[in-house]
Design a binder for this molecule. Structure first.
Ligand code: SAM
Length: 330
């Protein structure tokens, strides 16, 4: 699936719901957003059909996300069905972890062993504040269960917010010392209206690298291990059980190596998070389109993939895209 710029587009993020059991302040507005009805989102069988066609074209990796994927009924059965698609080499799940204690075993049994858990604070009051009411204990219990069940790798994703959780950088690094997790720090992006404060909240990952390396010895893990690896720069912590990763969509674009497409819960295929261009697969599916037509629409989305987005650290133009992250699928 080569695009116009010779990138091999082999990775699809699939949002199975726009609903979420948290209200992270930088991700979703407190109010004024409309949730989609049952008929507005893709049925699981439609998603499977899309993935099957994309695999025929060269897709090898799928990440299931949301909203919060575990709030959609039937999620683990859907994962089992995905797992049965021949040629799909890698399936992973991104979750906020609130329901992980309940579902970890079923997800693992469905054949999904790679999991990303979002966690922006290790302080229960701050966690409650940033997530609009989330309970840190639930997530920590979920992470613990995921470890016991045998997930590997377990990646902890932390969006760094200046003035909010930048004082916890070393606590997160300590987590990667103590546990075999990959703790990844992610630069906050200006997505939709919701994070109008992004310019003041933004911290480049280069700053985090400096803070962490004053306390711990970071050993670069070199090049990507394989083509399923993402854009994170990964470091081993000397003497530690886990790893640290830095993901910098703002300070250092990885557009040149971006291999992804996003399928929104309402059936739009989006080739760049920060570009509004979408190809409507749901309408085609509801007129019972042929597999060839579906494949043609997927190819169309790939050819629409822009060379790069235009975010940078000095950017003061908020609203890089209209839809919220929870609506598009992070
Ligand atoms: N509910 C799941 C979760 O919490 O992981 C999946 C969806 S959530 C939208 C996916 C990820 O997007 C989360 O790690 C979240 O922190 C991240 N995210 C949302 N808005 C963001 C922003 N403006 N900049 C950077 N990351 C963002």
């Amino acid at each position: 699936m080569l695009d116009k710029y010779e990138r091999d587009i082999n990775y699809l993020r699939v949002s199975i719901t726009d609903r979420c059991n948290l209200r992270c302040t930088y991700c979703r507005p407190k109010e004024g957003f409309s949730l989609k009805g049952h008929d507005d989102i893709l049925r699981y069988e439609d998603i499977l059909r899309i993935v099957l066609q994309a695999v025929r074209l060269g897709l090898i990796k799928v990440r299931v996300t949301g909203g919060e994927p575990l709030v959609r009924r039937g999620c683990t059965d859907f994962l089992s069905a995905l797992k049965k698609i021949n040629g799909l080499q890698d399936i992973s799940l991104t979750t906020n972890g609130m329901l992980l204690d309940r579902y970890a075993q079923d997800i693992f049994r469905a054949g999904v062993q790679r999991i990303n858990i979002s966690l922006d604070s290790l302080d229960k009051h701050k966690y409650f504040q940033i997530t609009g009411g989330g309970n840190l204990e639930d997530v920590l219990r979920g992470i613990d269960t995921a470890e016991k069940v045998g997930f590997s790798p377990i990646k902890i994703n932390t969006v760094v917010i200046r003035g909010f959780n930048d004082g916890e950088i070393l606590d997160f690094a300590q987590l990667a010392m103590d546990k075999p997790f990959q703790v990844r720090f992610i630069e906050i992006m200006p997505v939709s209206d919701v994070n109008a404060d992004q310019p003041t909240q933004f911290l480049p990952t280069s700053h985090l690298y400096e803070v962490i390396s004053r306390r711990f010895k970071l050993e670069a893990l070199g090049q990507k291990k394989n083509k399923l690896d993402g854009p994170a720069r990964i470091f081993k912590l000397k003497g530690g059980a886990g790893e640290i990763g830095f993901i910098n969509p703002v300070s250092d674009h990885f557009c040149k190596t971006c291999n992804r497409l996003r399928l929104t819960a309402d059936g739009k295929l989006r080739s760049c998070l920060l570009s509004e261009t979408e190809v409507d697969l749901k309408s085609a599916l509801s007129r019972s389109c042929s597999d060839e037509e579906l494949a043609g629409l997927i190819r169309q989305a790939i050819l629409l993939k822009p060379q790069k987005h235009d975010l940078d650290c000095t950017d003061r133009h908020i609203k890089k895209c209209h839809r919220d992250m929870s609506d598009i699928g992070g």
